[in-house]
Ligand binder design. Structure first.
Ligand SMILES: C[S@@+](CC[C@H](N)C(=O)[O-])C[C@H]1O[C@@H](n2cnc3c(N)ncnc32)[C@H](O)[C@@H]1O
Length: 278
C-alpha cells in the first residue's frame, strides 16, 4: 500500500471507532511510525510502505481505536510552542490551559516575578512560563510523585531544570516563601460526572481529574490558602470547570480578594478566574 492509501484506510478505521479528527490522527500516527514530520507525508503519497513499516503502525492504530490518547501513543504533546513528554503519569495537557498561560503571561508585570504552579502535572504551565520569563523564580508543586517525575524529565529535556524548583506538596502544605503569582489548573471534575467522560479522558490519572462530589473542592481550598503565600497585590490565576464560575467568584469576594474577574475560553465557557490579594 502507498502512504496515501494507508492514510485513507487508517482514517476510515478510526472514524468507524468514533475517533474525532480521524485523518489528522492517521497522519500523526503514520508520521510518528516513519520518524518523519507530518508535513513530509504529503511529499511521499505515492511511496509504497514496507511490511516492517506497517507492523508498528497497525499496533498504534488499534490502540488509538480503543481510545488510548494520541499524545500517549506519540509520547509527546505540543504546548505553547514547546514539546513535552506525555504519558500515563500525568494528565494530557489541554488547549484551554495554553490559553491560561497566555492570559497569565500578559498579566505578569515584573519579569522577575516569583511564580508558583500548583498541581503542575507534566509541568507545562511552570515550564512554559520559565521559557517565557528567563528571570522569573518558579516553583512547581504536585501531590503526585509520578507527575513530579514526568515534570522533572520535561524540565531536563527543555533545558529548564535549573529554572524551576519542584516540590511534593498537598496544595500549599510544604510551600515556603511568598509569590507574585499563584497559578493552578487543579482537578475540577465532580466524581458524579465520571460516567460522562470520554474514553481518552479516563486514561488521565484519577488524581488529576476528580476533586470531590462538587468538583470545585480543591480550587476552594486553594482560594482559602493562597493569601498566606501571596505578596501584597499578588495574583491568583485559576482554571475551573464548566458552571463553577459563579460560586467561585463569590468565594473569592468572601475571602477579600480584589480585581476579581472571569475570562472565557475559546468555546465561550467561563474557564479562568483572576484575582489579586492585598
Ligand atoms: C488537572 S491536572 C493539571 C496538570 C497540569 N497543570 C496541566 O495543566 O496540564 C491537576 C494536577 O493536580 C495534581 N493534584 C491533585 N490534587 C492535588 C493536591 N491536593 N495538591 C497538589 N496537587 C494536586 C494532580 O496530581 C495533577 O497533576
Amino acid at each position: 500500500m502507498t502512504v496515501l492509501e494507508v492514510l485513507q484506510a487508517t482514517a476510515a478505521y478510526l472514524q468507524k471507532h468514533d475517533i474525532e479528527n480521524p485523518r489528522l490522527n492517521a497522519e500523526h500516527l503514520l508520521a510518528h511510525t516513519l520518524g518523519r514530520k507530518r508535513i513530509e507525508l504529503y511529499l511521499q503519497f505515492e511511496r509504497e510502505l514496507t511490511e516492517t513499516e506497517l507492523g508498528p503502525l497497525r499496533e498504534l492504530v488499534k490502540r488509538r481505536g480503543e481510545g488510548e490518547p494520541l499524545q500517549h501513543l506519540l509520547g509527546t504533546v505540543e504546548f505553547c510552542g514547546l514539546t513535552f513528554l506525555s504519558d500515563r503519569r500525568a494528565m494530557v495537557p489541554r488547549p484551554e490551559t495554553e490559553q491560561l498561560v497566555e492570559l497569565v503571561q500578559s498579566a505578569i508585570r515584573d519579569p522577575r516575578s516569583a511564580i508558583l504552579d500548583v498541581g503542575t502535572g507534566s509541568g507545562v504551565i511552570a515550564l512554559s512560563l520559565a521559557a517565557k520569563f528567563p528571570e522569573a523564580k518558579i516553583m512547581a508543586i504536585d501531590v503526585s510523585d509520578d507527575a513530579l517525575a514526568l515534570a522533572q524529565e520535561n524540565a531536563v529535556r527543555l533545558d529548564l531544570s535549573s529554572r524551576v524548583r519542584f516540590l511534593k506538596s498537598r496544595l500549599l502544605e510544604n510551600v515556603e516563601g511568598a509569590f507574585d503569582l499563584i497559578v493552578a489548573n487543579l482537578p475540577y471534575i465532580s466524581t458524579q460526572d465520571r460516567h460522562n467522560l470520554s474514553r481518552e479522558v479516563l486514561h488521565d490519572p484519577e488524581i488529576a481529574l476528580f476533586a470531590g462530589e462538587r468538583g470545585d473542592e480543591l480550587v476552594r481550598e486553594l482560594i482559602d490558602e493562597a493569601p498566606t503565600r501571596l505578596r501584597p497585590g499578588g495574583m491568583l490565576a485559576l482554571e475551573i470547570g464548566l458552571g463553577q464560575s459563579e460560586a467561585l467568584l463569590s468565594a473569592l469576594a468572601e475571602k477579600n480578594y480584589r480585581d476579581i474577574c472571569s475570562k472565557n475560553d475559546y468555546n465561550g465557557v467561563k474557564r479562568f478566574l483572576f484575582a489579586r490579594y492585598g
